[in-house]
Design a protein around this ligand. Structure first.
Ligand SMILES: Nc1ncnc2c1ncn2[C@@H]1O[C@H](COP(=O)(O)OP(=O)(O)O)[C@@H](O)[C@H]1O
Length: 192
């Protein structure tokens, strides 16, 4: 596996400066959330460093990887914004030598979420929604909820994404709906 510094330099070279600033925000937020909710902060930071590694890859390059490396082909029927997450996990494993499935899955599902999200999935996905550089109508509420509940904050995040997609008449990738349903059940049953 590449060292932390090698990863930071390599990932930084893959993106414009403003996206690197976002990545640093996600790293810092993920560490805070990991410490708050009992996840491994080192793994949370590692997943955060790499989460957007493929964000600026050409569509055709991502499409080739999705087709040839057996990533879910249904992704190709949905917003291209979703593709960089599973492709990023593939790159994290192949090019950066990350072997930890918890870290790889957190990268893979950071945009869509999934049913049965792990603690690490939740931390990285939520950090991506609420890092300090984010500014969208629901972000204040999300940050407030995140003081106490990872799940309630994530539900608010997914609500905001789904509403936005509905308003624009766009397709909703089903994993996000499943993630939200599952989190609602989790909150109801655990009382969090
Ligand atoms: N379930 C979904 N179905 C379709 N598109 C989605 C879904 N979830 C996220 N997206 C798309 O992905 C975008 C967010 O991706 P994200 O990785 O958070 O990018 P950024 O970091 O640039 O905000 C949303 O604005 C939306 O266009």
């Amino acid at each position: 596996m590449k060292s932390r510094n090698e990863m930071i330099e390599a990932v930084r070279a893959e993106m414009p400066e403003r996206r690197w600033t976002h990545t640093v925000g996600v790293m810092e937020t993920a560490v805070v959330l990991a410490e708050r909710f009992g996840a491994d902060p080192v793994k949370a930071e590692l997943a955060s460093i790499l989460h957007d590694v493929a964000k600026y890859w050409q569509t055709s390059r991502m499409e080739t990887i999705i087709r040839e490396e057996g990533l879910p082909a249904e992704l190709l029927q949905y917003d291209k914004e979703l593709w960089h997450a599973p492709v990023g996990a593939f790159v994290a494993e192949g090019d950066y030598g990350v072997g930890d499935l918890e870290v790889l899955d957190a990268i893979r599902y950071h945009t869509s979420g999934r049913e049965g999200m792990t603690l690490m999935d939740k931390v990285v996905c939520l950090a991506d929604y609420m890092e300090p550089g984010r500014d969208f109508p629901a972000v204040h509420k999300i940050r407030e909820l995140a003081e106490h509940s990872l799940e309630a904050a994530l539900i608010a995040g997914f609500d905001s994404t789904i509403s936005h997609l509905l308003e624009q008449g766009r397709r909703v990738y089903p994993l996000t709906v499943m993630a939200r349903n599952d989190l609602i059940l989790y909150v109801r049953e655990s009382g969090r």
